[in-house]
Write a protein that binds this ligand. Structure first.
Ligand code: NAD
Ligand code: MG
Length: 391
């Protein structure tokens, strides 16, 4: 196989570093075109040097001189700012990893699709805010999108060789997050440190807090609808504390195909990196006798109000996803900054959806302009709510 030319957006993050780990283990299979990061300049420069990247980009314009200095003599070009991220996406590559956290990840992903190659999508905000636009862009340019979220990679793998019309339901599993077993009345006073401590997965801080609130699962339900084109009523979620079954697909003959594996993102990343081939990956091999049992319990919407909000977003469609994501990001900032409590995050998002729901604002076409506008309006309503209801 000739070497695959790869670019990684969000290379310094949790997904980005796991991607680099796999590339490092197969150096002759890959050539690195560009790596991007934000504030962690020393990591970005170290990886760009070591992997012989053509280009390294920081999202932060004021850090350009620091990046230049860190890359001096290496032959790696340095650039900074959101335009530079788009320029990096405009450089041809065979495989792009979209692993920036937040709505900012959408723009380089859309640009990368124009090469008609492969976009490995970890950035779930892209699908939640702009699913139809992303898929339409991929279709127009003949590009392929491969899901990198563990649940969606699991569904994707269960669907290989299957006819979508035979799918009755998709079950997305949830670990239940850090507060699965907390008494309900104590959750409101949970701290950032408690929310950022995941029982099974080692991930970036924001997604870990989103796991505790189940906003992460809420995003994943919306992602499932958008990516696979499955009706909201056919998408279920269940708490599975071991995080070993990542998703199940139910077919019209009653069969349930489950994807089982250790909680290690290198599986989903590696599957996308080597697709359509499978290659050996450095993930743990499960000892089922030792594990003994898989357990499940219902995902309670009182404990996890984000799940009910996701249903409403899936049913509304249109720009509701963009409003939901923006409100969620703003609420998460408010929680991390100590302005609001843990359970106020869901209240904030609910308030934003109530304010915007049913208005022409959300039924407009899903264009980039409308997404940006909805994002800004939703953030403003969320900020006002946080200012009024915060500590
Ligand atoms: P992270 O916080 O560890 O890393 C985020 C990356 O994005 C870093 O490289 C950072 O420098 C960069 N970044 C941050 N803000 C930016 C901005 N405004 N512009 C450009 N770059 C910016 O996050 P992560 O956990 O690796 O998650 C990345 C994405 O993948 C998220 O969308 C997350 O929901 C999704 N995801 C993560 C996991 C996981 O296991 N970590 C699993 C499934 C999906
Ligand atoms: Mg996931």
């Amino acid at each position: 196989m000739s070497t695959r030319r790869v670019t990684i957006f969000g290379a310094t993050g949790s997904i980005g570093q796991n991607t680099i780990d796999l590339i490092r283990r197969a150096p002759t299979d890959f050539t690195v075109v560009a790596l991007t990061g934000a504030r962690n300049i020393s990591q970005l420069a170290k990886d760009a040097r070591e992997l012989g990247a053509e280009l390294a980009v920081t999202a932060e314009p004021e850090l350009l001189s620091e990046l230049r200095a860190a890359l001096a003599g290496s032959g790696v070009e340095a650039a900074a700012g959101s335009e530079a991220l788009i320029d990096a996406a405009a450089r041809p590559a065979d495989w792009f990893m979209s692993a920036i956290v937040g709505a900012a990840g959408l723009y380089p992903g859309l640009e990368a699709l124009k090469h008609g190659t492969t976009l490995a999508l970890a950035n779930k905000e892209s699908l939640v805010t702009a699913g139809p636009l992303l898929l339409e862009t991929a279709r127009r340019y003949g590009a392929q999108i491969l899901p990198v979220d563990s649940e969606h990679s699991a569904v994707f793998q269960a669907l290989v060789g299957e006819d979508l019309s035979a799918v009755e339901r998709v079950i997305i599993t949830a670990s239940g997050g850090a507060f699965r077993d907390w008494p309900l009345e104590t959750i409101a006073s949970a701290t950032v440190a408690q929310a950022a401590n995941h029982p099974n997965w080692n991930m970036g801080t924001r997604i870990t807090i989103d796991s505790a609130s189940m906003f992460n699962k809420a995003m994943e339900l919306i992602e499932t609808k958008e990516f696979f084109g499955i009706e909201s009523s056919a998408i279920e979620t269940i708490v599975h504390p071991e995080s070993l079954i990542h998703a199940l697909v139910g077919f019209n003959d009653g069969a349930l195909m489950a994807h089982v594996g250790p909680p290690d993102m290198r599986h989903a990343i590696g599957y996308a990196l080597n697709y359509p081939n499978r290659k050996e990956l450095p993930v743990e091999r499960l000892d089922l006798a030792k594990i003994g049992q898989f357990t499940f319990c219902e995902a309670c919407v009182i404990r996890y109000p984000a799940l009910a909000l996701a249903r409403s977003v899936m049913e509304q469609g249109g720009l509701a996803g963009a409003a939901f994501n923006a409100a969620k990001e703003q609420a998460l900032d408010g929680f991390i900054d100590g302005q609001i409590g843990f359970t106020d995050m869901a209240n904030t998002v609910e308030h934003v959806l109530d304010q915007l729901g049913g208005t022409a604002d959300l039924s407009e076409m899903i264009t980039l302009e409308n997404i940006v506008q909805t994002d800004q309006i939703a953030r403003r309503i969320a900020r006002d709510y946080i200012a009024q209801h915060g500590h």
